[in-house]
Design a binder for this molecule. Structure first.
Ligand code: UTP
Length: 294
């Protein structure tokens, strides 16, 4: 079984749900407490043993490349001012030379197309795919848990999470087959099922381990829902010849591509930071006691 060494981060979406904030700044660079969203996702991949980080970018996304570069002047200034802790912290987050690759999705034709743009950089090996606007909060990272399931099952693994059945029509939902290790085999998938028709209440939460044959299917460039090249359509085709397993993730997932999810993430991470917890909780309580006058 091949080790999962590479991860793909598709960051070429337009971020229309978060306009005007995302007009000039990529949504992946918006900060959750003190780190940009993309840093949480890259850290999760690194914890899972990923050695190569592949970003599929688009126009207005160059700042993501800068974020993961060495900032020589800044590092020198921090060293001269004796800010060794801050410098060490930045260096810990920094990928090593040669560990990152960037390619462009010239036109945002859909998530499936963005993934296909990484085909040459991934090559003929299984890879992790992390949607970079979804951040996951748990003691052990979601991707690490998925790699464990992959090591027991091989083939394809997707992370899923339970939702309120009344909300299932908002998500990509999987159909459940037999239990396998800590997860289950996936027998089908449906994007945004009509209310009352969802095959389960497990939604796909934005983390995948995929075999390279997905690229052959994506290369057909078939358009699906919304006129976009959909990853789900290619996964359904791949499922005809290869098994898919689901890892039920029990941590918290925040959709930072929407203002509500982004605020939830900021509150959750601030409250889980011991240096901020009391002050942030006190602030929230004071806002509830004395709402601002409109
Ligand atoms: P989303 O639909 O959540 O992202 O796609 P979006 O299109 O940026 O957001 P809205 O709906 O307009 O607000 C899921 C992920 O796929 C990437 C996005 O960057 C996001 O991380 N994506 C989507 C691409 O890279 N290219 C695409 O053509 C579409």
């Amino acid at each position: 079984m091949k080790k999962i060494r590479k991860a793909v981060f598709p960051v070429a979406g337009l971020g229309t749900r978060f306009l005007p904030a995302t007009k000039a700044i990529p949504k992946e660079m918006l900060p959750v407490v003190d780190k940009p969203v993309i840093q949480y996702v890259v850290d999760e991949a690194r914890e899972a043993g990923i050695e190569h980080f592949i970003f599929v970018t688009g126009r207005n996304k160059a700042v993501i490349e800068d974020h993961f570069d060495v900032q020589v002047e800044l590092y020198d200034t921090l060293a001269q001012r004796g800010k060794d802790d801050q410098l060490a912290h930045l260096q810990r987050l920094q990928p090593q030379a040669g560990q990152t690759s960037f390619t462009r999705q010239q036109v945002p034709l859909g998530l499936g197309h963005a993934v296909w743009c990484a085909r040459e950089l991934v090559g003929d090996e299984p890879f992790a795919l992390l949607l970079p606007d979804m951040i996951m909060q748990s003691a052990k990272g979601c991707t690490s848990e998925m790699v464990e399931l992959y090591e027991r099952t091989g083939k394809n693994v997707i992370a899923v999470q339970e939702c309120d059945p009344a909300e299932a029509h908002k998500y990509g939902i999987v159909a459940m087959g037999p239990s396998v290790a800590n997860g289950f085999e996936v027998t089908g998938m449906v994007e945004k099922p009509a209310p009352g028709t969802a095959p389960s209440n497990y939604f796909i939460n934005g983390r995948y381990i995929l075999q390279p044959q997905i690229f052959d299917l994506l290369s057909r460039q078939e358009k699906g829902a919304g006129g976009e090249i959909q990853l789900t359509d290619a996964m359904l085709k791949l499922m005809e010849t290869q098994p898919f397993f689901a890892h039920p993730y029990r941590g918290r997932t925040f959709d930072c591509g929407s203002p509500e999810g982004f605020i939830e993430a900021n509150v959750a991470y601030a409250l889980s930071n011991p240096a901020m917890h009391d002050r942030v909780l006190g602030l929230i309580e004071s806002f509830l006691d004395k709402p601002a006058r409109s």
